[in-house]
Every structure is written in structure tokens, then in C-alpha cells.
Design a protein around this ligand. Sequence first.
Ligand SMILES: C[S@@+](CC[C@H](N)C(=O)[O-])C[C@H]1O[C@@H](n2cnc3c(N)ncnc32)[C@H](O)[C@@H]1O
Length: 317
Amino acid sequence: MGEEIKRPQFGNRLLENVDEVFKHNAWDNVQWDSEQEKAAQEKIKLNSHITFTEDTLKDLDINADKHWDEFYDIHQNRFFKDRHWLFTEFPELAPDYNSAPCRVYPNGETNETKIPNNTSPASKRFIFEIGCGVGNTIFPILQYSQDPNLFVYGCDFSSKAVKIMKENELYDTKRCEVFVLDATNQDWDVPFEENSVDIIVLIFVLSAIDPTKMPGVIQNIFKYLKPGGLVVFRDYGQYDLAQLRFKKGRCISENFYARGDKTMVYFFTQEEISSLFKKAGFLEEQNLIDRRLQVNRGKKLTMYRIWIQAKYRKPLQ
Ligand SMILES: C[S@@+](CC[C@H](N)C(=O)[O-])C[C@H]1O[C@@H](n2cnc3c(N)ncnc32)[C@H](O)[C@@H]1O
């Protein structure tokens, strides 16, 4: 059996004295007062007029994959940072790695569990990441988990991203396979069976998808997960700094915007996520709002970030 290992904690740096805001780079679980919330609502109202022409809206939708190709043409694999926080938030992605900081939730509870450090030879475990980009989630999973039974699949609708990922020296065809797939397709052409995947990962990808197409994506996720399988989700929350920064003329529909490079982004509430997954038949295991105050100590800037994090399980039957 596994032994108990004391891990450092994450998520419990609370700003108790506002005069100390520039003492650290980030503060957790920062509460908003009603004035701050009202100011955010007004800012969103200002940038929510839809001024795009029908042609532009059509281009954003039909050529969404091309716009991400152009994004990856420019940024290659330099834009997104490796998601090393993954194992603090979602220890189930690498259960054999037990030194990630342990997460302290806003209610004081933690996700500290006794993780066996000698996993018994089990059957194959499959993880599938949708919108894997150039591998900033998959490569850390492969690096932190040495489980020989683990196999990781990934898809992205940008063929450019998939190509860049496959050229990475960390891309090991014995442990992973990535392929091009538009997750909004009604029928998925994937190299695995229905009811076969243990964990499906959605990290900042659902927000890139038109909200009217999200229910179809969630239905397919349900179909391919094993009974008892898990979805791990992290994405932008409403009022996040990125939403407040949009200028007039970028709004596609409520809480959905096009960036200057024509990639799209939606900002979620906890309730929307809950309803999307529950309607598809999932059981909710986690749905939390992660409010973080990031601080640029040099420039004396404060940035309020809001993410939604959730876990949904497909019932055993
Ligand atoms: C913000 S990036 C996140 C990438 C990666 N998950 C990460 O954490 O670094 C969003 C990714 O989703 C992909 N994407 C957007 N819409 C998609 C769709 N309909 N099907 C598959 N991939 C999609 C984009 O090409 C892009 O690589």
C-alpha cells in the first residue's frame, strides 16, 4: 500500500490585509464586493454590442480551424506554458506522481489522498485530451506519470498544432497518439471504441467552441467515456480579466468573443457548466470557481483572474 507523504499546499494564500497586496505574486480565493461586480457587469455591457457582419460571423465559424492554424503558424509551441498545476488540481491524471502540491479548496478542504506509490500491474488506462494544441497538457502527463499501463490520446482541429506536437522529441508513439478531429463533428472518427476512455481532459478548449455546439460535444464525450469514467474541466469564468479587456466590436454572442487573431473565446458561469454536463447524464463531482488575484509587483498592477474548474463522472450504469 502507499505511504502517506506530506505535500506542500496550494490555494490557501489569502489576502487578509489589502495593504499587503504587493507582497506576493498571487492571492487565492479573492472575494469580489458588489461594487466590483457591478463595474465588471457594466464593462461587459459596453463591449457586448454585436457589430460583426454576417460574412465575418460566417468566416469565424466555418474557418475556426484555419484561424487556429494561423495562430500556431505564428506562435509554434511557444505560447501556452506547460500545465504543471494539472497534478495539483487533477491528481487522477498521474496517480503514481505524488509530490504535486496538495490543493486547499475555498472551504478549507483538501484533495490530499493516500496515493499508492507502487501501482499494481493493472489493465490499460486511457486518457483523451480534446483540443490538445501542441501538447502542453499531454507532455507533462507523460512526463509525470511513469505508469506503463497509461496511453494518452489527443486531438485538435488544427492540423498545424498536431504536426508541431508530433515533431516534438517528447512525442512517444508507444505512449501517445494525437490526431486531427473537430470535436464539434456529429460523428467522431477516433482510434478507440465507445465506452473505452478512463479520463477526458478539457483544458481551455470548450471556451473556444461556439456555445450552441457545446451540448453535442458533451454528448460525444459521454459516449466515449467508460461507465465510471471522468471528465476534468478547467476554463475561463465570467468576469475574468480576459473578458473585461475586450474592446467594443469583438462580441459574437453573449459572453462569446473573437480575439484579434480570429480565435474565439467564451466565458462560463458555474451554473452553465453544471447544466451542460448534467443534461448529458453526468454526475457532478466538483464545480468550483477559482478566483485568483495576480499581481505585477514591478508595475504595481492587479489582475483578477476567474476560472471554473469541474469534474463530471459518467454513471456506472
Ligand atoms: C486555448 S487552446 C488550449 C490548448 C491546450 N488544451 C492547452 O491546455 O495548452 C485551445 C485549443 O483548442 C483547439 N480547438 C478549438 N476548437 C476545437 C474543436 N472544435 N475541435 C478540436 N480542437 C479545437 C484549438 O486549436 C487550440 O489548440
